[in-house]
Ligand binder design. Sequence first.
Ligand SMILES: Nc1ncnc2c1ncn2[C@@H]1O[C@H](COP(=O)(O)OP(=O)(O)OP(=O)(O)O)[C@@H](O)[C@H]1O
Ligand SMILES: [Mg+2]
Length: 250
Amino acid sequence: MEILLEIKNLMVFFENALALNDLSLEIPTNEIVGVLGSNSAGKTTLMNTVSGLIIDMKKKEDRRGGERINVLGEIRFEGEDITNIKPSERVKRGIVLSRERHPIFKDSDVLENLKIAGYLRKGKEIKEGIDFAFNLFPALPELKKRKAGLLSGGEQQMLSIGMALVAKPRLLLMDEPLLGLSPFLQAKLAKSIKGILEQGITVLVTEQFARPLIPVIHRGYVIENGMLVFSGTREELSDNPEVKSAYLGV
Ligand SMILES: Nc1ncnc2c1ncn2[C@@H]1O[C@H](COP(=O)(O)OP(=O)(O)OP(=O)(O)O)[C@@H](O)[C@H]1O
Ligand SMILES: [Mg+2]
C-alpha cells in the first residue's frame, strides 16, 4: 500500500492549549479516508495544518503579537517533508483544501469563481477542471451566471468543492462537507466523493456525524480532544459500538 500523506506525531498549540496531541495518520494513495470527531476535536486544525494555512495564521499572529501558535511533528507528502512549506506551494504540489463555508467571491458569478480557483493552472487545464466539476455536480452549469453570494448553502458547498477540483488536487482535503446539507444532498455528495476518487484523487474528509460517509470511506480515524482514539477500516468502524453511538447515530 503506497502512502500519499503521512502525518507523524503532530502537535498544534494555540498558546498553551493543545489542539492536536501527538497525532499520527497515514493516508494511502487512492483511498477515501475519514476523520471523525465531535465539536472542537481538532478536525479543522488538522486540515489547516495539512494545507499549510496554519503557517499563515501563525505569521499573522506573530506579527500582531497575538497568541502563539506552535506546530511540532512532521508531515510528508509523496515521501517529501512538507512541514514547513507554504500553502501556495502545497497547492502546486496537489494538496487542495475545500473548507466548510469557503470564502467564495460573492459578487462574482459561479463561472468566474471557478476560473479564479484555477489561477495556478493553464487555460486548458482550467477548462478541463470546470468540465469535471460540472459533470460531478450537474446543477452547477445552470447556475453559471448566478452571483455566488446568491447561492443556497448546498449550492455554495458544491461550488466550493468545484473550486478545489479546478486546482487539480492529488489530495483533496474536505472539512465537514456534509455540514448543513439535507439528508438527500448528503447522500448525493457522498456519491460525488466517490466520483472524485475515481478521477484518481485521494480524499481526506472530516465529519462529525459520519453516517452518510461510511458507505464511501475506505478507512477512518476517530479523534477526541486532538488525540487519536480509534482507527480502522470502514468495517471496523461500523462494527465498533462506541464509534457507532458517538458518530454514526445508531
Ligand atoms: N485560532 C485559534 N486560537 C485558539 N484556539 C483555537 C484556534 N483554533 C482552534 N482552537 C481550539 O483548538 C481546538 C480544536 O478546534 P478545531 O476548530 O480544530 O475543532 P473542530 O473539530 O474543527 O471543531 P468543529 O466541529 O466545531 O468545527 C478547540 O479547542 C478550539 O477552541
Ligand atoms: Mg471545524
